[in-house]
Design a protein around this ligand. Sequence first.
Ligand SMILES: NC(=O)c1ccc[n+]([C@@H]2O[C@H](COP(=O)([O-])OP(=O)(O)OC[C@H]3O[C@@H](n4cnc5c(N)ncnc54)[C@H](O)[C@@H]3O)[C@@H](O)[C@H]2O)c1
Length: 445
Amino acid sequence: MRVTVFGSGYVGLVTGACFAEAGNHVLCVDIDAGKVARLQQGEIPIHEPGLDEIVRRNHEKGRLQFTTSAEEGIAHGLFQFIAVGTPPEEDGSADLSHVLAVAETIGRHMTDYRVIVDKSTVPVGTADKVRERIEQTLGERGAKIEFDVVSNPEFLKEGAAVADFMKPDRVVVGTDNPRTAELLKTLYDPFTRNRERMIVMDVRSAELTKYAANAMLATKISFMNEIANLAERMGADIEKVRIGIGSDPRIGYSFIYPGAGYGGSCFPKDVKALVHSAGEHDFDAQLLKSVEAVNKRQKLLLFRKINAYFKGDLTGKTIALWGLAFKPNTDDMREAPARELMEALWAAGATVQAYDPVAMAEAKRIYGDRAGLRLVDSAEAALKGADVLALVTEWQEFRSPDFDLIRDALRHKVIFDGRNLYDPAFVKSFGLTYHGIGRGEPLVV
Ligand SMILES: NC(=O)c1ccc[n+]([C@@H]2O[C@H](COP(=O)([O-])OP(=O)(O)OC[C@H]3O[C@@H](n4cnc5c(N)ncnc54)[C@H](O)[C@@H]3O)[C@@H](O)[C@H]2O)c1
């Protein structure tokens, strides 16, 4: 089948590459000429395990092409996927300008029947807006061309995006047109071979499903962080509590890790957007507002702990920072807890010596050669001359470090473990002081 994907970011590029891998002919359109040029030369602009290989293979076979020409894209695919960004506006609402810009372009250049597929995360009612925008533009041309608008939210996880796309838990399709549902079923069949995983519903329910999923996951994290903060004050260990509650199948072990807060390009913006949409429907989404507020506070918890340890004076202190990406296996630093920690440390006069296995180039792109930030090329180099160590991203390579080396390198022998990666007693046995999240021994913060 012929597929066009607008937007070659984390979602668009993975979508395009995976459809091509299944044998389809895919054209990816992006307005970022630099990105398109890099992709045409076989360079992958993001870190996503397994993506390089399938992009290169399918590009070489001619099944995956890249262009800046929307017109070419619209001529190419029966399916026109919209996978552009929907960043938050000042008021928390989702910025739909990129989505609607694509809709307008489609209306301007379409000459034949097209299925327009909203893959971006968009508020309920957006498919109607996309339809209206296309109709309006077609009207301006005096053209009468049939088209359908479908909602097909994406549930892939950064860091496991290719695997998630290839073997999705579910494919949600929102449409009232059975013919369009069949077309999408044919397109997705190769990814759902062992059992039917396509869930067809009305468009609005599909749009809300995506927000509900992310809001639920964000709620689990904020809930655990709330309990961790209680555990800390009550002399309990949240890790024991986690294991204790996870054994109940109604709760489960997934996604109940306490830590330094959630970040990334999805949870923070999607929770905000849902709160905003609720307001537009005269509903005060109290739980969701709290989820966000708890997370905001949590993202500064490590800073407050470090600041309390140094009795409020961080001037001239050097903090070794392990992990910059918002989670392991990605170089994405959007809304990463490490950013808030670094920015608070800089404001307090400290220097950060940071290392991340893949996000160094991204950190450099964001912060440049900023004073107070030293980007170093190994976990060990980050420790050199540092006062304490703060761990923010739970990369595999940080899981069994050389604690002797850490102790010898740090001026103050303290680890602030923002992901509860280490066993406190084990760390202490090396003569180090340990501060985790919700594991007793509260610092006054
Ligand atoms: N990142 C994730 O893990 C994830 C998961 C599920 C859903 N989503 C949703 O998918 C959407 C895309 O997210 P992302 O992380 O891939 O974003 P991204 O910022 O990585 O990529 C967006 C791309 O769209 C391009 N673009 C913008 N306007 C365009 C236009 N008019 N025509 C063509 N290209 C255009 C940008 O240049 C950029 O390359 C968002 O709505 C997001 O919420 C993201």
